[in-house]
Design a protein around this ligand. Structure first.
Ligand code: ZN
Length: 456
């Protein structure tokens, strides 16, 4: 019983008659000697796709011509003048596709179209999507590697420069999207939480080492998934990290006095359900830049409770790194005063520590911490009470914005240096992907409009 499996591509006409017939693959059916021999190998699958896809493209070629009934130069009749081939890149395979040439016999005007000139782009939107999501998640070189694995070979369309170009092109489109035009407010929220934070990345700019990148995330504090899909609605908030069920993200790498972030954070808040009656809880790392973004949102809601991020405070204390055990205990007590909402008592303790230090580095650290507390006096609250009441007071409970929008992508490769513009566009893609129902629902529209040179 010698069986084979044969894959055939046929073209049939309306009457069901076979117009063309080609054998794509013949596979003898033999007992699989190993798991690897079970079914087709990846390279075989891709090869078959290549032929199947090409068969359809060859038939579609008939329709691929410039839509000009008359010569645009002399208005004479134009005639077909054979075919010309150009590149087309699908998700898994690359192709040469024939398009129809046309000519005006009177004035010799010629139309020699390509997939790029007819559609404004030679990359299928499905591939552009994969490149963009990969480029947003991994370094461009790692993305290149993953895409080569998926296509079972290296394709020049998927080299890191092309992935970068596609990702940034779509990020640029997202950054220019007139978000104000159609802000849809699906629900109205009584309470919302906003986290604003900043981080630093290395820069390619000659005169600097790094620049600040800022993020904002707006979410419903009632909707945090602490695992198993369970929502913690009442009772004390656990110290577990949770996943935000419903959120909007914004990010910026521009040096524009936070103007871009202010605008997009406000729009994000409105999309998340903010109205004039909404109470906002703002949890920020303690820089003026963060509070400036909150200032821009404050006039558009009912009230804002400003809280210095407890997680940020804890990190600042960890950075003290005191060698003396007695002083470390003193610092712990200072932190305890902050936990209970007494910054003045914490300052007294820290001043005592400062008086006992003489190393330059230690003194610098403690002076920095003191000015951090002094600058944020109004935003240090009774964290213990909030904890008891099950209210949010730290970015630690949910995936923090800087962590998910910047650090995961940018700090994996410490040596990577960024241009503000390139990173800004990349962050728009990451923000869109991390925003509910944004990228997942609209990627095809975003990709098509961003990639097509001909689209308005
Ligand atoms: Zn002509």
């Amino acid at each position: 019983m010698n069986l084979s499996v044969r894959v055939i591509v046929e073209t049939i006409n309306e009457a069901g008659e076979v117009k063309s017939h080609s054998i794509i693959n013949i596979k003898p059916v033999i007992p699989p000697s190993s798991l690897a021999a079970l079914g087709y190998r990846q390279a075989e699958q891709i090869e078959m796709l290549q032929y199947i896809q090409q068969a359809l493209l060859d038939e579609q070629s008939y329709f691929l011509q410039e839509d000009t009934p008359k010569c645009p130069r002399c208005n004479n009749k134009i005639t077909r003048n054979g075919y010309v081939k150009s590149n087309f890149h699908g998700v898994y395979t690359d192709h040469k596709v024939s398009t129809r040439k046309q000519i005006c016999l009177k004035c010799k005007w010629k139309s020699i179209p390509s997939i790029d000139s007819l559609f404004g782009c030679a990359i299928h939107p499905d591939l552009a999507r994969v490149q963009t999501e990969m480029g947003a998640k991994y370094s461009y070189r790692d993305a290149e590697h993953v895409l080569a694995l998926l296509s079972s070979k290296k394709r020049s369309i998927n080299n890191h420069e092309r992935i970068k170009k596609t990702t940034e092109c779509i990020g640029e489109y997202l950054s220019l999207l007139s978000r104000n035009d159609n802000i849809i407010q699906p629900q109205v929220a009584d309470n919302l939480c906003i986290q604003v934070d900043g981080g630093y990345v290395n820069t390619v700019e000659a005169d600097k080492n790094c620049f600040e990148v800022m993020t904002a995330v707006i979410f419903d504090p009632e909707l945090i998934d602490y695992g198993g899909g369970k929502l913690k609605r009442n009772g004390p908030v656990s110290s577990l990290r949770g996943r935000l069920i419903s959120k909007h993200s914004a990010a910026s790498a521009l040096a524009d006095q936070q103007s871009y972030l202010k605008q997009t954070a406000l729009e994000s808040a409105i999309k998340q359900g903010m109205t004039k009656d909404t109470s906002i809880t703002a949890i920020c790392g303690g820089t003026d830049n963060c509070w400036n973004v909150i200032d821009a949102i404050a006039p558009h809601c009912h009230d804002v409770t400003r809280i210095l991020d407890w997680f940020d405070i804890v990190m600042k204390f960890e950075n003290l790194s005191l060698k003396n055990k007695r002083l470390r205990e003193k610092a712990k007590r200072a932190k305890w005063h902050l936990w209970r909402g007494y910054p003045d008592r914490a300052i007294i303790r820290l001043e005592e520590i400062k008086n006992n230090l003489n190393e330059k580095n230690d003194l610098q650290n403690i002076t920095k911490l003191l000015s951090y507390i002094n600058n944020n006096l109004g935003y240090i609250i009774d964290y213990r009470q909030r904890h008891k009441n099950g209210l949010i007071f730290t970015s630690q409970l949910s995936e923090s914005t800087v962590e998910s929008l910047i650090n995961q992508r940018c700090h994996r490769q410490q040596h990577m240096r960024w241009s503000r513009k390139g990173l800004h566009f990349l962050l728009q893609v990451r923000a869109s992907i991390s925003t509910n129902n944004s990228w997942q629902e609209h990627w095809e529209c975003y990709v098509s409009k961003a990639m097509s040179k001909t689209a308005a």
